[in-house]
Design a protein around this ligand. Sequence first.
Ligand SMILES: Nc1ncnc2c1ncn2[C@@H]1O[C@H](COP(=O)(O)OP(=O)(O)OP(=O)(O)O)[C@@H](O)[C@H]1O
Ligand SMILES: Cc1ncsc1CCO
Ligand SMILES: [Mg+2]
Length: 292
Amino acid sequence: MADESSPELAVENVRTAMNPAGILWGRRAWELLSLVRARSPLVQCITNFVSMDLVANSLLAAGASPAMVHSVHEIDAFTPRCDAIYVNIGTLSESWLPSMRAAASAAVAASRPWILDPVAVSASDFRMDACLGLVALRPAVIRGNPSEILALSSACRFSDSKGVDSSHESTDAVEAAMSLARTSNAIVAVSGAIDYVTDGQRVVGAQNGVPMLQKITATGCAVTALIAAFVAVDPSNPFEATVCALSIFGLAGEMGMDFARGPASLRISLIDSLHGLDEQNVASRVIVSPMP
Ligand SMILES: Nc1ncnc2c1ncn2[C@@H]1O[C@H](COP(=O)(O)OP(=O)(O)OP(=O)(O)O)[C@@H](O)[C@H]1O
Ligand SMILES: Cc1ncsc1CCO
Ligand SMILES: [Mg+2]
């Protein structure tokens, strides 16, 4: 969605991308992506079956090191060695929930950030209860689509979500995200045409992205994994890391779109673009706007 065709526009983008604290988001995003590439943070992923391939390949393309380690018997030995832990309840089952809880607890005990994706949280009481239990284990970041954040925020058991896809716009969920951030003490991100990120006080909107990302299953799961990689390299600034990861993923989507004929080819060119992002594109094309 960003236009970098003229130098004047690029300068304007940098200007609008500056938040009240004076952060140049394009520069910050490049800094964090460079850190991910240099340090290759190890990210344990307990994620759904649908998303495993895209999550692992997105992390690798960004420079991180994914590990799909699920067994409850491996948590004690493995989780404390990871730089961040990603928990996604997309294909939740009774046998996986103990692993998720154990990994979240082990992460907190080892002072490692863990990140939650509450996929289809309102689909059943089982999912909602599991998710509320996980939120109580203090994730650093929660990223969901608008329907998921609305449902989780109000802990409403009968939302009108259609399942794993959202039936709301991200703007509808900003208040709910702020409320969830305050009650959970997590950074909360709502994806959509604009990805909103809040710590309960501040809200910014990450504008990069293309609508066709919604037509590829598990792009939401993949961007949450990318958030985990970014928080891993800057754990004391999860708000900034979340904004930058969403921006980088959206920008990779925009650049991938130049080579895509539909969702299937975008899935490929998205990963290629994530791998090939350079400083010039990141610094000039990332657009983040503060919410008044
Ligand atoms: N209308 C849109 N325009 C541009 N980008 C969008 C739009 N809607 C979603 N996106 C982007 O698509 C990606 C996935 O977001 P989405 O809200 O579809 O997640 P999700 O529903 O959790 O996906 P999934 O469950 O399939 O993983 C994010 O990077 C988001 O920024
Ligand atoms: C389609 C689907 N069903 C459970 S998880 C998942 C991937 C997108 O969240
Ligand atoms: Mg999702």
